[in-house]
Design a binder for this molecule. Structure first.
Ligand code: CFM
Length: 538
């Protein structure tokens, strides 16, 4: 029997103390359309209740790991205790492909100032300076980025003044990030901080003109498991020039030159919408939301880019690429649908994939019964139309909001107001994002920043055919006899983007939800094995 989502919600809340439950109730929402057709309001981007086991990461992770980390030739130095550096070292599967054997690739390295008690007491700026000089002498990079960990903010080291001095002394670009882990309620704050500094210190610093006709930036694509390679290949075949990607398979020079593009295509809205907005204001480059996860989304995104440039040849090439790819896609879709139709999925991950990957499941005939983001904001759930009604709390006010004005000499609106209206009428939603909830079924459960005990209860009550999350959840889920697909790292798999990626995903999920292995899984507490072990031990 189908569980009643309202009853499930009540049950989840009953485990909490009254006051916490009252607050938590606003983050667990049954997706039922209101009278005006809008989705209900959800609370998001707020502090996790102390004591709850959250999926979230820290602000440093969002800045260093997520946004800047995938760029191969910015040398990243973590200013802080060694653990912060070590645990952010190659843990995200962002891939990169240097153009030649002599091109810089610092991704395999982990640089840290290895802060000790002495620096905590007497300050760490001296050690940071020495680290930057040492790093420069070793690598001679084009740019060095300094990332602050929690103690840096607590003791008051000024990474920005060190960066300024070093920039002058070394003659390369050096910039710092005040991305202390505690700066925000999650890694989302780190995205914003990274966006701000990239925009202030890098974007627009390389004026090399780009002669190509159809120039875009791809924002919010991080090349996990090779996704960006698939998308780059599609663009190439379509004749679309990728000036820069923020930041999968990217380089410092591409960021610096990115203001030469005529369109920003935004894939992960949560992590990079700030750069898109600021580039629009300063340089006049419009942005559109795209989604290269799922075959349908890929086709639609390519078509929207073609519509934006409004060129018959480009449109023809795009249509050719889509039809060439769709034959194989449909063949696999047909095959897996026979085995997967009607099966159920749950997705609890990040700030965009919990939405994007629902489309892949839908293409397989599978249903998403519950989903939620770890750290997204209300606009990622309900759509950007709610932006004006989002209350800015003290935690968000903590993050710098840049006031960006049109550049005196370089502001050049790429499309006039009439053209933008026409695009909108043709279905290309300029500067819009509809969010996750409007695309979910009525009655689906939407949970923000899911707590671990809620995960376990959902598994028991709904018994979904597959649960998508990260490595922290994976083995707890599988011990409950349910396959878990990691949507952060792809479980060593991928790519999943584009048409090829969709085929990979269909085949993998088909295998995971149809294997018989899970019916043989019995947790030790179900078999009494735990007791036997205790007896043996005594
Ligand atoms: Fe954007 Fe990401 Fe995501 Fe994200 Fe992330 Fe990631 Fe993610 Mo892990 S930038 S919000 S902070 S799509 S690392 S590539 S998988 S939580 S859903």
């Amino acid at each position: 029997m189908k569980p009643n989502p309202h009853t499930v919600k009540d049950e989840l809340l009953s485990a909490l103390p009254k006051k916490s439950a009252r607050k938590r109730a606003e983050q667990i929402v049954v997706n039922e359309r209101l009278a005006d057709g809008a989705v209900p309001e959800i609370k998001a981007n707020v502090r996790t209740t102390p004591g709850a086991i959250t999926q979230r990461g820290c602000t440093y992770a969002g800045c260093k790991g997520v946004v800047i980390g995938p760029t191969r030739d910015i040398l990243s130095i973590t200013h802080g205790p060694i653990g912060c550096g070590f645990y952010s070292w190659l843990t995200r599967r962002n891939q990169t492909r240097p153009e030649g054997p002599d091109d810089a690739n610092y991704i395999p390295y982990c640089l840290s100032t290895d802060m000790q008690d002495e620096q905590i007491v007497f300050g760490g700026e001296k050690k940071l300076r020495a680290a930057i000089e040492e790093a420069y002498a070793l690598f001679h990079p084009k740019a060095i980025a300094i990332f602050s960990t929690c103690p840096v903010g607590l003791i008051g080291d000024d990474v920005h003044s060190v960066a300024r001095d070093m920039k002058e002394k070394l003659g390369i670009n050096v910039f710092g990030f005040s991305c202390e882990g505690y700066k925000g309620v999650s890694q989302s704050a780190g995205h914003h901080i990274a966006n701000n500094q990239l925009f202030k210190h890098v974007v627009g610093t390389n004026e090399t003109p780009r002669p190509e006709k159809f120039k875009i930036n791809l924002l919010g694509e991080y090349n996990i498991g090779g996704d960006a390679f698939v998308i780059e290949n599609l663009f190439e075949r379509c004749g679309i020039t990728l000036v820069s990607t923020f930041s999968g398979n990217s380089t410092y020079d591409a960021f610096a030159n990115s203001h030469m593009a005529d369109l920003n295509a935004v894939m992960c809205h949560r992590s990079i919408n700030y750069v898109a907005e600021m580039m629009e204001k300063k340089f006049g480059i419009p942005w559109i939301k795209v989604n290269f996860v799922g075959a349908e989304g890929t086709a639609k995104s390519l078509r929207h880019i073609a519509q934006y440039f409004n060129d018959a040849e480009l449109t023809e090439r795009v249509e050719k690429v889509i039809s060439d790819e769709m034959t194989d896609v449909l063949k696999t879709q047909f095959a897996v649908r026979a085995r997967c139709e009607g099966k159920t999925a749950m997705l609890f991950v990040g700030g965009s994939r919990a939405h994007h990957y629902q489309t892949l499941f839908a293409e397989m005939g599978m249903k998403t019964v519950a989903a939620g983001y770890e750290f997204a904001h209300r606009d990622d759930y309900e759509g950007r139309r709610v932006l004006p009604s989002i209350k800015v709390d003290a935690d968000s006010r903590n993050i710098e909001q840049l006031d960006v004005l049109p550049d005196e000499t370089r502001y050049m609106p790429r499309r006039g107001p009439d053209e933008l209206v026409q695009l909108q009428a043709a279905g290309v939603d300029v500067a819009g994002y509809q969010g996750m909830m409007p695309e979910m079924e009525d009655g689906a459960l939407v949970i923000d920043d899911i707590y671990h005990f809620e995960t376990e209860r959902l598994l028991e009550v709904y018994k979904p055919d597959i649960f998508c999350a990260g490595v922290k959840e994976k083995y707890a889920v599988q011990k409950a006899g349910i396959p878990c697909k990691q949507l952060h790292s792809y479980d060593y798999g991928g790519p999943y983007a584009g048409f090829r990626g969709a085929i990979n995903f269909y085949n993998e999920i088909d295998r995971m939800v149809n294997t018989k292995i899970w019916q043989y899984v019995q947790a030790p507490w179900e078999t009494g094995a735990e007791l036997e072990m205790e007896e043996i031990a005594s």
